[in-house]
Design a protein around this ligand. Structure first.
Ligand code: PLP
Length: 413
């Protein structure tokens, strides 16, 4: 039945109790039982983020230029700090946005408009991308009537630069790589894609929504990370999410361009409105000031040392999960994940049937389609859950082996 607005308002205690009771049905993410959606570092970092968010809870970042110089300054500081992190040249620039999808929509739109003005292509423009690329690009293509050409991956699940090169034609406006891709957690060979982009004068975007704010610190913590940012000369734009492994509040992401000459095509400027000229640098209008303040506060509070310490702890935890999972008879890790996004498959049984048994034990399960595998995006929220997770997984594998069940679940995100 359709819910109606109460004729008389409920008192606060009743509203609070209703909220708490609805929350009780949610996935227990604080116990590390969600494989996505939630990202946690330390309780102290969470506290800093919440405090800053509440301090700017009411402010609207749409008015950053005219009403809230505080937010404007914070956004610029966040962008500047990130440009340093991503080895960007002095003339590079960027914006804060409300999420990976917005950053990607903007980068695609900016590339499309820059291409129209500077390097027109024949017919309907296309984007050449690895199969593992996030569907936010398909959403962008759908909205802007572009074509996405997905190219099969190498056997190690990274983008196949040579096959992508072969898929490029006179209508190609952009090529893309991920750092890392969502399904397998591996960073694409951005240097190889950069060489193609330079040779063919094409726009290379790096989708670092997942790894942008983690990979640099994983490297500082002593783990190998291939070059994936503006240190690769062919990279013209990047997306990187603060609200994932940057540990900031939702909604917060960033989009960057190698130069202002590219970003110029991002802006929306409409002069004919009865209310006057309307200009926005990014896609959405009203934006929460709290998310801007939270990102600024956390970047400043953690600094390089703080982020590196968290990254080191997270990688040690991930390696322990990987070792435990690989030690279960019949299971193997897919590829060689570069950060804490991993997936594992089974050599001789139905991994999705294992997933169903894990789900029955109270774990929210994510799967990948190609190859069939179970998938986890892990943060420090997963630290304490490891022993229970691995014990349940071992039992689930044994049960599937014995019963020989085939799954009914499919990989749906
Ligand atoms: C690689 C990658 N890019 C982009 C996105 C989209 O980010 P958002 O959900 O913040 O819009 C995601 C989300 O998981 C992702 O994994």
């Amino acid at each position: 039945m359709r819910k109606t607005l109460p004729a008389h308002g409920l008192d606060r205690a009743t509203v609070d109790a209703a909220l708490a009771s609805m929350k009780a049905d949610d996935a227990p993410w604080r116990q590390g039982r969600t494989p996505a959606y939630m990202f946690g570092a330390t309780p102290e970092a969470e506290d800093v983020v919440k405090h800053a968010y509440m301090a700017f809870f009411s402010e609207n970042a749409l008015g950053a230029k005219r009403a809230f110089p505080s937010l404007r300054r914070m956004e610029q500081d966040v962008v500047d700090m990130a440009l340093g992190l991503f080895n960007a040249p002095d003339e590079a620039c960027g914006n804060m946005t409300t999420g990976g999808t917005e950053s990607i929509l903007l980068a695609v739109k900016t590339c499309r408009d820059w291409t129209r003005a500077n390097r027109p292509v024949h017919g309907r423009p296309n984007i050449v991308a690895p199969l593992s690329l996030h569907p936010a690009f398909d959403k962008a293509a759908d909205l802007m009537d572009l074509e996405i050409r997905r190219v099969d991956l190498r056997p190690d699940y990274r983008a196949d630069a040579r096959a992508m090169d072969a898929a490029i034609d006179g209508s190609t406006m952009m090529i893309v790589g991920s750092a890392p891709c969502f399904p397998h957690g591996v960073i694409d060979p951005i240097a190889e894609l950069g060489a193609i982009a330079e040779a063919r004068d094409l726009w290379l975007h790096v989708d670092a929504c997942v790894g942008g704010y983690l990979a640099p610190f994983v490297r500082r913590a002593g783990y190998p990370i291939p070059d994936f940012d503006f240190s690769v000369p062919g990279v013209r734009s990047m997306s990187a999410d603060l609200h994932k492994f940057g540990w900031a509040a939702k909604p917060a992401s960033t989009v960057f361009y190698r130069s202002e000459a590219y970003r110029e095509h991002q802006k929306f400027d409409h002069a004919e409105w009865s209310s006057g000229r309307f200009i926005t640098e990014t896609l959405v209008g009203t934006r929460p000031g709290g998310a801007v303040a939270a990102a600024w506060a956390l970047l400043n509070h953690l600094g390089e040392d703080g982020y590196t310490e968290i990254a080191g702890r997270l990688m040690r935890m991930t390696k322990a999960y990987i070792a435990d999972i690989a030690a279960i008879d019949g299971l193997e890790i897919v590829g060689s994940p570069d950060i804490s996004v991993i997936s594992y498959r089974a050599r001789d049984l139905d991994i999705l049937a294992v997933g169903e048994r894990m789900s029955a034990k109270g774990w929210l399960v994510n799967a990948t389609r190609l190859p069939p595998a179970l998938h986890m995006m892990m943060s420090l929220l997963h630290e304490d859950a490891r022993e229970t997770y691995v014990a349940d997984l071992r039992a689930a594998v044994a049960a599937v082996r014995q019963a020989g069940t085939a799954a009914t679940m499919t990989a749906t995100y």
